[in-house]
Design a protein around this ligand. Structure first.
Ligand code: ADP
Length: 268
C-alpha cells in the first residue's frame, strides 16, 4: 500500500510539474510562435516586390539597346515596387520599435483644432488629385495631451486607408470633439466598408480583407496594427463601425490627459 501511495504521489507530482511548466511556457511559446509567424509574413512581403524588381532588371539587361522610353512600363513597375519596399521597411521598423518598447514618446498639451488642420491639410490636395473630397469638420477649441508625431502618423494611416478604399467622387470627413475627460477622432469614408468578423481582424499585423485589392493600392496589412499600437500608447481605443449610408468610420477615443506610465500589451 505504501509503495502504491508513493507511486501515485510521484505520478501526481510529475503531472503537476508538467502542467505548471506548460502554464509558464505557454506565453513564451505563444510569443515565440507569434514572432516566427511575423518574421515569416515579413519575409514573404519583402520577397514579392524584390522578385518583381529583380525580374524587371534582368529583363532590361537583355535589352541593352532599348531606349528608356521603350521600357518605360517596366521601369515604372520596378519603381513602384521599390516604393512598396520602402514603405514596408518603414512600417516594419515602426513595429520593431513597438515590440522593443524603446520608443521615446513626447507627450505635450496640444490645441487639437490647429493640430488637425495642420495634419489634414496636405491630404486635401492628394484627395482632389484622385477626384475625392477630404473635409475637416469644424473642431471646437480644446486641448489634449498627445504625442504629435505619433498622432500625425495615426492620421496618415487612417486618411491613407480612407482614400485607398473609397471610390472617385466620394467624400472623406474628419471630425473631432471633446467628450468629458476623453476626446474622439473620427475618420469617415463612403468606400467599401468593413463587415462582420473582419472588424476585429483588420487591426492584426498583415491582415487584409482582400489581399489583391490591397496590394494594388500599395497596402501591406501593417497600417492598422501600427495605428492600434499608437492608440494603445495613448491609453485609448480604436474601433471601426458602419458609416451611413455606406463606407466605414474609424473611431479613435483618447483620454484628454493620458497617464504618464503604465504597461501596454496590445501587440497585434
Ligand atoms: P493595408 O496596407 O492593407 O491597407 P491596413 O492594416 O492599413 O493594411 O488595413 C488592413 C485592412 O483593413 C485593409 O487591407 C483593408 O482590407 C481594410 N481597411 C482598412 N481601412 C479601410 C477602409 N477605410 N475601408 C475599408 N476597408 C479598410
Amino acid at each position: 500500500v505504501m509503495l502504491i501511495t508513493m507511486g501515485v504521489f510521484w505520478l501526481l507530482s510529475i503531472l503537476m510539474s508538467v502542467w505548471m511548466s506548460r502554464l509558464t511556457m505557454r506565453p513564451i511559446l505563444r510569443s515565440w510562435g507569434r514572432q516566427t509567424e511575423f518574421v515569416g509574413n515579413a519575409a514573404h512581403e519583402l520577397r514579392t516586390p524584390l522578385t518583381i524588381i529583380q525580374n524587371k532588371l534582368e529583363f532590361l539587361l537583355t535589352k541593352p539597346n532599348d531606349k528608356i522610353i521603350d521600357q518605360a512600363a517596366n521601369i515604372a513597375i520596378a519603381n513602384s515596387e521599390s516604393q512598396r519596399l520602402q514603405k514596408l521597411t518603414h512600417d516594419l521598423l515602426a513595429l520593431a520599435r513597438s515590440d522593443s518598447n524603446t520608443l521615446q514618446t513626447n507627450f505635450e498639451s496640444t490645441e487639437v483644432a490647429d493640430f488637425l488642420q495642420y495634419t489634414v491639410e496636405p491630404y486635401t490636395e492628394i484627395a482632389a488629385s484622385q477626384g475625392k473630397k477630404l473635409v475637416l469638420a469644424p473642431v471646437p477649441t480644446f486641448k489634449a495631451v498627445l504625442d504629435q508625431d505619433l498622432i500625425h502618423q495615426l492620421m496618415n494611416i487612417l486618411i491613407d486607408n480612407a482614400l485607398k478604399y473609397s471610390p472617385q467622387g466620394s467624400t472623406i470627413t474628419v471630425t473631432a470633439q471633446p467628450l468629458g475627460r476623453k476626446w474622439q477622432l473620427i475618420v469617415a469614408d463612403q468606400g467599401i466598408g468593413v463587415t462582420g468578423r473582419d472588424r476585429a481582424r483588420i487591426f492584426d499585423r498583415f491582415y487584409r480583407v482582400d489581399t489583391s485589392r490591397s496590394r494594388q493600392t500599395g497596402g501591406n496589412g501593417l497600417g492598422l496594427s501600427i495605428a492600434h499600437w499608437i492608440v494603445d500608447l495613448h491609453h485609448g481605443t480604436i474601433t471601426v463601425r458602419d458609416n451611413q449610408p455606406k463606407g466605414s468610420q474609424f473611431v479613435t477615443t483618447l483620454p484628454v490627459n493620458p497617464p504618464k506610465n503604465g504597461h501596454h500589451d496590445a501587440k497585434k
